[in-house]
Ligand binder design. Structure first.
Ligand code: MG
Ligand code: ZN
Length: 223
């Protein structure tokens, strides 16, 4: 019985996610869902990328999930991009329905990329489709080089993997070999980018990936 209930919740989420995806595809909008542990740098990565995307004539909007506070929305809003903060009040992931409500508040005709900054959590956000076209998984070096093997469900479905805070890799003895070996075993199809959102190193490659993903999406959507 319990298993059936869980299944129905996920099936209902998938149906809503599919309609979110259609809504954004029809508007020519690329949706990118960013998943990671708390503190890996999701918000800073967005604050770095949004102005660079604007220079490439790509307008961003952001839906950001946290248990409490509007701190991330304030940081992201300072870039000038429209941002909607969802407070889950204890919920450890975003659901497709929450994203639907947030999308109603966005002007998709004026938007090229909708970013979803998921609740910081390496486990269940991976199981909830939100209607994104691309999923990005972030690991930062202070979290440890063993996390890809420990949390494969986060990294396996990711269309891009970012290794953030590489400026700290040396002082923290982050073993790239362990990280790369584990990643190769779990996901060898997706690009991996090393960067530091703090110093800006490698951020260009992240922005280039986003621009290319948008171009490809616009071509397949016929927009
Ligand atoms: Mg954040
Ligand atoms: Zn959860």
């Amino acid at each position: 019985m319990k298993i059936n209930v869980v299944k129905r919740v996920l099936e209902a989420n998938d149906a809503v996610a599919a309609s979110n995806r259609t809504l954004m595809s029809d508007a020519g909008v690329l949706c990118v869902n960013i998943t990671s542990a708390p503190g890996s740098g999701k918000t800073t990565l967005l604050v770095r990328a949004i102005p660079a995307l604007a220079e490439a004539q790509l307008a961003s909007a952001v839906i950001v999930g946290d248990l409490q506070t509007t701190r991330d929305a304030e940081r992201i809003g300072a870039t000038g991009a429209p941002v909607t903060q969802i407070n889950t009040e204890g919920g450890c992931h975003l659901s497709a329905t929450q994203v639907t409500h947030a999308l109603h508040g966005l002007d998709l005709a004026e938007t090229a990329i909708v970013f979803i900054e998921n609740v910081g959590n390496m486990v269940c956000p991976a199981g909830f489709d939100l209607g994104e076209h691309k999923r990005v998984a972030v690991l930062s070096t202070p979290e440890g080089d063993d996390k890809v093997a420990k949390y494969p469900t986060l990294f396996q479905p990711a269309d891009a993997i970012l290794l953030n805070k590489i400026d700290l890799a040396g002082p923290l003895d982050f073993d790239r070999r362990t990280f790369y070996d584990d990643l190769k075993a779990i996901n060898s199809r997706s690009p991996m980018m090393e960067l530091s959102a703090r110093t800006g190193e490698g951020v260009d490659a992240w922005v280039d990936w986003l621009v290319a993903a948008h171009t490809q999406h616009a071509q397949t959507a016929g927009a």
